[in-house]
Design a protein around this ligand. Structure first.
Ligand SMILES: [Zn+2]
Length: 193
């Protein structure tokens, strides 16, 4: 079995100022209402804000594309192609980029489909519908495998994240109804994403 790729994302709380290298203090700045990492040496305030995860629900002949993760967390579980939005791109560009990187799928992006707030991990997950332009796939290093699943073949207990499961559940319901409105919800906090 391939070893999982592991990343070490720096913690949200900083210890040192990224501008001048001095230790930072965690306190409420003047005229603010919550604690921030503040550098008393150069004056920089290190604001932190939620991160966006962007992805797609790619469909080919009624089947949905899922990728088996080659990275932690949730190594060896199935996910829709998705990842962190990069600076300088739109949500749509990020979703298409992740789909290409993780699955090698050529797609035509469709409508905005789900927006799911995950406040317990300071993230917002956004999925677009997408039409695959062919069945060919070429999974990248973040995926062990990529393949299309019919709706009744989806490996529900082996899905990576609740936002993926929620999006697929909505899709299954909408498929029955024959209409695909945009859905918004907030994940309850009893488990992490
Ligand atoms: Zn500083």
């Amino acid at each position: 079995m391939t070893d999982p790729i592991r990343y070490f994302p720096a913690p949200r709380r900083a210890r040192f100022c990224s501008q001048c290298g001095s230790p930072v203090q965690h306190r409420v700045p003047e005229d603010d209402n919550r604690a921030r990492d503040i550098c008393d040496h150069c004056g920089a305030i290190h604001y932190q804000n939620p991160r966006m995860v962007v992805g797609t629900v790619p469909v080919w002949e009624g089947k949905i594309l899922l990728c088996r993760r080659a990275i932690e967390p949730r190594y060896d579980t199935w996910t829709l192609p998705a990842g962190f939005m990069e600076l300088g791109e739109s949500t749509a560009q990020g979703a298409a980029r992740e789909t290409l990187e993780e699955a090698g799928a050529r797609i035509e992006l469709g409508q905005l489909y789900t927006i799911i707030d995950v406040p317990q991990v300071d993230q917002v997950h956004i999925f677009y519908l997408a039409r695959a332009l062919g069945p060919e796939l070429d999974p990248g290093p973040e995926s062990l495998e990529a393949r299309y699943f019919a709706l009744d073949e989806i490996p529900w207990p082996e899905l990576s994240f609740r936002t993926v499961a929620t999006t697929l559940e909505r899709y299954r319901e909408d498929q029955r109804e024959g209409r695909f409105p945009t859905h918004h919800c907030t994940l309850p906090s009893h488990r992490t994403s």
